[in-house]
Design a protein around this ligand. Sequence first.
Ligand SMILES: C[S@@+](CC[C@H](N)C(=O)[O-])C[C@H]1O[C@@H](n2cnc3c(N)ncnc32)[C@H](O)[C@@H]1O
Length: 348
Amino acid sequence: MSVMDTLKNVPKQLLSKAEEATKDWSAEQKRLTGAVVATAVAASGVTFLAMRLAGRSNSGAGVRPDSHSKSSDIYESEASARQYMEFHYTPSKESYTQRLRAVSEASDFPTRLAHKFHTYLKPGKRGLRGLDVGCATGASVLEMSKVFDGGVVGIDFSEVFIHLAKEVAAMPKSGKKVLYTAPVQGEITEPRELELPRGVHPERCAFYAGDAMDMFEEDHKMEKTVSNRYSDVTYWQAKKGEKFDGVLCLNLIDRVPDPQRLIHSFGRLVEKEGVLILADPYSWWEDATPKAKWLGGTRDGARSEEVIVAALKKEFELLSESDEGFLIRDHIRHYQLGFSHCTVWRKK
Ligand SMILES: C[S@@+](CC[C@H](N)C(=O)[O-])C[C@H]1O[C@@H](n2cnc3c(N)ncnc32)[C@H](O)[C@@H]1O
């Protein structure tokens, strides 16, 4: 139930009392209290609302105890209230057991999804070229190098990711070890030494900084060509008419300011009969994408899965649709588990 739905069920006298008590509050104070009100009304009935609001007005608007910290702010949000009500009161078998079965299949997300090109690229053609938009540190690009014998380009907005991906791809030539550390607990990390996956062709891989919102030189030529921080990192844009036999884009749609623009660019980047592999968990977040630009996921709107499929159908044929698990380690006792909606397409 939303805050507004909840408030519809509150008697009118109580609401006018609440309005009186909160008239000097800022919009933010009202928003945060709205979440508590919604939760409280849903869980305990309207008496709690009156107590809560009266308490606030007596102790002075917005005054918080001394123990107030950034972490307590997080737990005042409507999203947190919703998440914890679900965590505490919905039996796990209703809420997520089905999903948890897939944990064991959630490993190696970037390579697992890039591997799908083996299945969907038409056999026989030589000199195939691939592109990975938002490639991060490059494991999927290395996997693509097994089938794209004409070369694979990986682009990412993060210059440090691209610098690291280049170091990995240069290993056979440079003979340098790539060392990194994995998060363990707080400031404690454990050392790792990277081993190149078997069967990959690093010499076919080219990594560049790039912006998924500004990929076409003919639309707008980027001024920046070289990174200020890493001398080995340069910027990429597609040349006029440049196309690829396979394009991969994993977990980027919900991280760009204009996802529709990104979706539209695939039609320009994929060759006729070429393959597009897309995946995204649709974790819409206003810091990355203004709500007006979300593709689905708004209160009254359609599901993102449907919006994405409808947007691509004109130019592409849908070959497969699946949910693909991914697991990212925060530290040894905490992981992010997600399920991306994955679609594979052939360009008409
Ligand atoms: C959630 S991560 C996914 C990374 C990788 N595709 C994977 O599946 O592991 C999103 C990636 O997109 C990159 N990114 C964000 N905005 C971008 C943009 N406008 N253009 C290109 N890359 C971008 C980030 O730097 C990050 O590497």
